[in-house]
Design a protein around this ligand. Sequence first.
Ligand code: PEP
Ligand code: MG
Length: 528
Amino acid sequence: MVSTKKSEIRLQGINVSPGICIGKAYLVGKEGVEVVDKYFISKDNLQTEIKRFKSAVKRAKDKLQEIIETTPEELRQHIHILETHKVLYKDKMLYGKTVETIEKELVNAEWALKKVVSNVKNMFRNMPDPYLQGRMSDIVHVSESIMQNLVGAKTLDIGAIGKRVILVAADLSPAETSQIQLEKIKGLITDLGGKTSHTGIIARSLEIPAVLGLEKATLLIKNDDIIIVDGTAGIVIVHPTDKTLIQFEERQSNYERHKAVITRSSHLPAKTTDGIKLEVMGNIELPEEVVSVINYGGDGIGLYRTEFQYLSLSGFPDEHDLFDNYKDVVEVMAPNPVTIRTLDISGDKAVSYASNSDEKNPVLGLRGIRYCLKNPDVFKTQLRALLRASAYGPVRILLPMISCHDEVLAAKKILNKAADSLDKEDILFNDNIKIGIMIEVPSAAIMADVMAKDVDFFSIGTNDLIQYSLAVDRVNRQVAHLYQPLNPAIIRLIKYVADIAKNNDVEVCMCGEMAGDPVNIPILLGLE
Ligand code: PEP
Ligand code: MG
């Protein structure tokens, strides 16, 4: 007898939004956009062709505006992502270059757009940073929507899906993701994208399981295939066997039960059974993530990674934009504290317009505070914005990548200059703002007693502290087994820093991922 049962396939992707869902696959395609013809136009038709391109841009932009206006309440906090896309429609790199290509090469608009986007992709391809990859995908999403309008392809209408399904796509734009209605979509998986992609961020706010970066999901999965998405482990199982199904149904109900318990208890104070109270704060990369920190009972923002705002632009943000952004977060969190970390760009988070591309070892290069001290104007602009935000609620400044005492002194000097300049302009700020340093480089841990004299708090950044202490690249899968938060060397370093903090009356907190894994908590508490 021949079995018609298809064999089970397991795919490993990036765990972007936790939870488990089981259901039928619904493939969403972008037909008509992939294959584009090239043809030449005559000089006489040049203006008509440019006009055709411009009106396709306008239609795409109008459609986006419509999506913005009809975005459901639970996703309204992400509108700014769509607003960013609106700006990209007129981006020089995309809009300007496409018009220029039509003019110079006398080719059709579709071909010109395709050429421009492929150049942008090549430019970004060599930058390993996930944030930058995310920005590239923003440009691709925007260009696809223009292309759809140019070729007259049907646009993807996720809102019109009529059954409870799991979305399977090569990629989903934030505009598409924000049309998701929770009662219809159980989860989503894509070939592209990663943790910091906007689609990933939206999936997390919707609290639907999502696995991205699967590479071949759309090739292997057909419509109506039964699939399991484990967004916690980053696994997708296609054609699961009965045994696997039972196993994952059980995991799903355990997860739901666990989540319900956590949600119920998240507003209770974090206290040990012997009465020691801990402050549990959230890490954020975007202002809108503040909502979930509040919803889950966070005592404040323990780490606001400010790089994101710089990485999503094509030039340095100005003081006003930075201030607006920080003020939003501070006002929403007040009276709870917001710890704003100064720019930690360069290294692996390369910013195209601040590039230093000839670094052989960027992670050991001009990153974090080193970059800021070398570019005092960029630093001072951020510090002014940060100080101004401190007039609206408790702000703490956190300096990243400190590796020696001199860096602390130099940073404080620039901070004082920023404060003086605000003073002269009669601009309000908190002149007693708390200043802390990341302990994420082993030399900073070892010299913590010297550093303690000049700071109000330490924040232990275990993500990098583990990387630098154990000589294990934090993003290299080959050595992932050596990346051990509980390695005795790490525990000793943490204990050393905690003791110094206590003896010097300096507050100590931990902002690395290690603090977010419950397994580590008893050990960390024991070091206190
Ligand atoms: C760290 O290194 O632990 C940290 C919190 O910073 P990042 O992950 O942004 O490097
Ligand atoms: Mg770090």
